[in-house]
Ligand binder design. Sequence first.
Ligand SMILES: *[C@@H]1O[C@H](CO)[C@@H](O)[C@H](O)[C@H]1NC(C)=O
Ligand SMILES: *[C@@H]1O[C@H](CO)[C@@H](O)[C@H](O)[C@H]1NC(C)=O
Ligand SMILES: *[C@@H]1O[C@H](CO)[C@@H](O)[C@H](O)[C@H]1NC(C)=O
Ligand SMILES: *[C@@H]1O[C@H](CO)[C@@H](O)[C@H](O)[C@H]1NC(C)=O
Ligand SMILES: *[C@@H]1O[C@H](CO)[C@@H](O)[C@H](O)[C@H]1NC(C)=O
Ligand SMILES: *[C@@H]1O[C@H](CO)[C@@H](O)[C@H](O)[C@H]1NC(C)=O
Ligand SMILES: *[C@@H]1O[C@H](CO)[C@@H](O)[C@H](O)[C@H]1NC(C)=O
Ligand SMILES: *[C@@H]1O[C@H](CO)[C@@H](O)[C@H](O)[C@H]1NC(C)=O
Ligand SMILES: *[C@@H]1O[C@H](CO)[C@@H](O)[C@H](O)[C@H]1NC(C)=O
Length: 668
Amino acid sequence: MHISQYGNSIPRSLSFIFLFLFQFETVFPAPTGHVCHPEQRDALLEFKNEFEIGKPSYICGDSFVPKTKSWANNIDCCYWDGIKCDPKSGKVIVVDLFCSGLHGRFHSDSKLFRIQSLRFLDLSYNDFSGQILTSVGNFSQLATLCLSYNNFVGEIPSSLGNLSNLKFLQLSHNNFIGEIPSSLGNLSNLISIDFYHNNFVGEIPSSLGNLSNLNTLYLSDNNFVGEIPSSFENLSYLDILDLSHNHLVGKLPSLTRLSILRFLNVESNIISDKFPSWLTSLTNLRFLILSFNSFHGPIQKIKSLKKLEIIDISHNHFNGTLPEVFANGCNLRTLHVGHNELAGKLPRSLSKCSYLEVLNMEHNGISDTFPFWLESLQSLQVLVLHSNEFHGSLQHHHPKSASSFPELHIIDISYNYFSGILPFDFFVYLRAMYSERNRSELKYIGEERVYYQDDSLVLLNKGVEITYTRILTLLTAVDISGNRLHGEIPKSIDLLKSLIVLNLSSNCFTGDIPSSLANLTMLESLDLSHNKLSSQIPPALGYLTSLSTVRVSHNQLVGPIPQGVQFQTQDSSSFEDNLGLCGRPLDKKCGDVDTEQLQEPESVEEKEEEEKVFSWTAAAIALAPGVILGLTIGHFVTLQNPQRLMKISVRHQYKMKHKNGTLEADSG
Ligand SMILES: *[C@@H]1O[C@H](CO)[C@@H](O)[C@H](O)[C@H]1NC(C)=O
Ligand SMILES: *[C@@H]1O[C@H](CO)[C@@H](O)[C@H](O)[C@H]1NC(C)=O
Ligand SMILES: *[C@@H]1O[C@H](CO)[C@@H](O)[C@H](O)[C@H]1NC(C)=O
Ligand SMILES: *[C@@H]1O[C@H](CO)[C@@H](O)[C@H](O)[C@H]1NC(C)=O
Ligand SMILES: *[C@@H]1O[C@H](CO)[C@@H](O)[C@H](O)[C@H]1NC(C)=O
Ligand SMILES: *[C@@H]1O[C@H](CO)[C@@H](O)[C@H](O)[C@H]1NC(C)=O
Ligand SMILES: *[C@@H]1O[C@H](CO)[C@@H](O)[C@H](O)[C@H]1NC(C)=O
Ligand SMILES: *[C@@H]1O[C@H](CO)[C@@H](O)[C@H](O)[C@H]1NC(C)=O
Ligand SMILES: *[C@@H]1O[C@H](CO)[C@@H](O)[C@H](O)[C@H]1NC(C)=O
């Protein structure tokens, strides 16, 4: 149900097919009055019987059509579902079986290989296994080959370089192995190569630099080694270059001539280079992803990149300051420079980036005061300043009240040197967290864009990372831990009705735990540990049935621990080192009278507990669009019971989304 809801975000190889079929439709009108060749019909019928129709791929949703089911002897095969014939010769030229639920092993003597007239073969999104590439050389006319999302194995034979009409070669999400034969560099008509997520090894052949018509090149998520071929600087029609998640070394070639390039992703390699100054020539670049490499040195002032929407240069060794580059126009949605060695201040020109949604500066040495000057950014949803040298007070002296941070719902300023009191009105400005978000309107940051980014969250669960593939817009979190704040926790905290994560630990807060916290009915993680809070834990907190993690250790609290299930199931270390806490889960017993008084009805809790599990399950299911675009869901099972949400940090992964067969230039 949730998957079909996202049916319009067609995976990229599907979209190519639609585009291409459409071309066929116009070039070859319906085969009027043609009778298919009997030997081709028989070959297709035998091919049909080589495979079972099993469960459709979960990705297909509404696109699932068991096309071969309708194939029958008494109908002209040119009219079968998924088959098209050449209007002149009557020979089969299209076999389009994507999302047809086919299951079984391909053998090199499959009857399909008899259909030598084939120009278009799409077997993607089925459950095929076995080798196929050794025999596709039989289709000498082939222009489109789509095998994505199956379990095909084997190497690419160098004879594939003989299919000189090939335009689209989509092999993503299989188990193909071996090296890319350099003969592919002879396929001068190639427009698109997609080898995403296989087990290819070896160096990327420099002959690919000869593919002068190449528009799309995905080699991501394989085991390629060596350097990026310098011949790539000749790929002047390239729009998308994705080399992420390999073991590539060396420097980036100078890609100045790729003047229409919009998407450049080299994430997660071992590239050791300076900031590429030639980027200035790429005036159409929208995505720049250099994260998880060994880039170093200062970040160049990049002029004329006004179209950039996503910059992710995190997890490198960039140093120096972030240049003031945004003053003359800025289209940025995400700026992620976390985990570098940047110093100095935040560039004030960021306030010109009115589309900015995610700003992540974590783990640098940035020394500045709190950026209240970003308050007017109407789209800012996520602000992460974790582990820097931010300092000064959080007192906002010139608030524009109503319009302050109107969309901010994740703020992490932990591990800095903010000091003074937490002003009573600090929470008042976070209006986006006031009202509960509509859980039936699950969305992800960036979802409505044609190009989208996966901004994912990593939540540590006892040291095990759970990756939320994309940030749910309904996740709301405030993490102020590890600063030097003192004074009382402002009562205004209860305005943030949609808060799910609150971490105030490791400061010097004094006074009571505000009982108004009991009004935060969505709260799942509450950490008040390592402060100087005193008196009792408000018994009303025991009614917070969403809570799965509570920590109040290392304070000066006294009296009984609330008796709700959520408190009773915590580890006793969550309450240790206080002046006088008593009752379960601590060993220290309270006076009988006290416990009696605070006993609460348990039946309510159980019902609510079920509800909690349900809502997280819903969230997990709804994360499936990430899966559609080829991301793992292994972790999501864990989400159904997020016992201990700990440190939040924002991580990003990027994929492309195509719409209606074409990559749209304007994302609005
Ligand atoms: C490829 O085509 C040739 C010529 O028609 C045929 O003899 C051969 O069996 C075909 N190969 C396969 C694997 O079907
Ligand atoms: C591919 O072409 C080469 C010559 O370019 C030829 O030697 C070879 O036999 C061909 N392979 C196939 C499988 O047709
Ligand atoms: C490319 O084609 C030429 C001739 O068409 C051939 O001589 C050469 O061997 C081919 N290159 C590769 C790497 O197969
Ligand atoms: C590119 O093509 C040219 C001529 O077609 C050829 O001489 C050259 O060897 C090819 N480069 C690579 C790396 O295959
Ligand atoms: C780019 O193409 C030109 C002309 O085909 C060729 O001379 C040059 O060597 C190529 N550059 C690289 C780095 O391969
Ligand atoms: C940046 O790092 C390089 C070494 O990679 C060092 O030589 C340089 O002094 C550093 N610059 C700054 C401003 O820290
Ligand atoms: C939540 O969203 C759903 C679907 O858009 C809508 O039907 C429903 O009325 C909304 N509920 C609230 C409380 O806004
Ligand atoms: C919760 O909010 C209501 C009104 O919004 C208020 O009357 C009540 O005192 C609050 N409860 C706590 C425990 O602060
Ligand atoms: C709260 O923040 C501290 C310090 O950043 C961290 O160690 C702790 O795990 C966090 N607590 C929770 C419950 O996430």
